[in-house]
Design a protein around this ligand. Structure first.
Ligand SMILES: [Zn+2]
Length: 352
């Protein structure tokens, strides 16, 4: 009987209000849906749903959590996605806290948030999907492809097209830390203003075109842009942790953003971000050893300034690394263990 009920409920949102109490025994009270039909959701409410993106080994839905704050009838939709890299968690807390503060009665339009997009990877404390593929490199995926390709195809079909505006929330990856920085095309007026009100320390201006060595696909941002969605990426600090300051700043930035986009009334108190980089790149070691990075996040560097030293297993100095040009430290390695080709710092080159 439960199974029958479950099937009925997963097929349509129409049953949502009618049967909500009955679902709780199976789904923590949250309905599992195949697709998000915004028009079927009541305005003036925050809705919680599980969106099915494929099936697991038990033939059960692979679920991702979806929060939808549905304001008045304005069709404008802001999308927030966190943890397409499963070990990047600050964005999850940012969405949770941001949603706890939304007054949906004053909202003009809709906010859709996915706090934990790569849910199978989140559960495993890992960046990539189960097949160890980076989902944020292979959009649009393939409907009949392998595991990660089918997953990204569903993200591209079921989620991204719902958005008019999009913020993809990330952090650094394992063994590295990031400043609070944003990526987007600063030549696009809408994207530039979105990045400014999100209040990062640094903005890296680029169009998000994919260029990932052997990987052939797009990032979620580049895919969203290709679909006409105004999309930016935000990097909030460090992997696999909740950082209070990053989370607070993230929530404040999103509050600014919804006012800026006209999703609610209010005043934005923000200062202009001056640290705008026209490009950025990683600097790598050429030898293996124990790496000691000497610079801090957001530190401005002069050409030839010392950035790191490398010692061998006996403590002898075997290499020193210097800034190849003037720049600013966007990210850095925190893991001393390096084979040759290890990352040292992510250097941003500030616009003149
Ligand atoms: Zn990431």
């Amino acid at each position: 009987m439960y199974q029958k009920l479950f099937l009925i409920l997963t097929t349509s949102l129409f049953s949502y209000s009618f049967c909500q109490e009955n679902v709780s025994a199976r789904n923590n009270g949250i309905l599992v849906v195949e697709d998000l039909h915004l028009e079927q959701l009541e305005s003036g409410k925050i809705h919680k749903l599980w969106l099915q993106l494929g099936e697991n080994e038990l033939s059960e839905p692979i679920k991702v959590p979806v929060l939808i704050a549905k304001g008045d009838g304005t069709p404008k939709v802001l999308g927030l996605t966190a943890a397409i890299h499963g070990n990047e968690l600050n964005g999850i807390a940012i969405i949770h806290q941001f949603f706890s503060k939304i007054d949906v009665t004053k909202l003009k339009g809709t906010i859709i948030a996915i706090p934990g997009l790569n849910s199978l990877a989140v559960a495993r404390n890992q960046r990539e999907f189960l097949d160890r593929v980076d989902l944020n490199r292979i959009l649009p995926g393939k409907p009949n492809g392998n595991g990660s390709e089918q997953m990204t195809y569903k993200i591209g079909e079921k989620i991204i097209p719902l958005f008019d505006y999009h913020v993809d929330l990330h952090t650094a990856s394992f063994g590295r830390i990031n400043s609070l920085y944003g990526r987007g095309d600063m030549k696009d007026e809408t994207l530039a203003s979105m990045l400014q009100v999100l209040e990062p320390d640094i903005i890296v201006s680029n169009r998000g075109k994919a260029s990932f060595g052997s990987a052939s696909g797009l990032t979620m941002r580049a895919f969203a842009i290709s679909k006409g969605v105004k999309s930016v990426t935000m990097e909030y600090g460090n992997p696999q942790v909740y950082q209070k300051d990053m989370i607070e700043r993230g929530v404040k930035g999103l509050k600014n953003l919804i006012i800026h986009l006209g999703l609610r009334e209010g005043e934005i108190v923000t200062s202009t971000i001056d640290n705008i980089c026209s490009k950025s790149y990683w600097i790598y070691t050429d030898k293996g050893g124990y790496l000691d990075v000497k610079v801090s996040l957001n530190q401005k560097l002069k050409k030839d300034e010392l950035i790191a030293i490398l010692r061998n297993s006996f403590g002898e100095l075997i290499a020193t690394y210097r800034a190849p040009e003037d720049g600013i430290v966007i990210g850095k390695s925190t893991n001393p263990v390096n084979i040759s080709g290890g990352r040292i710092i992510h250097l941003g080159i500030l616009e003149k």
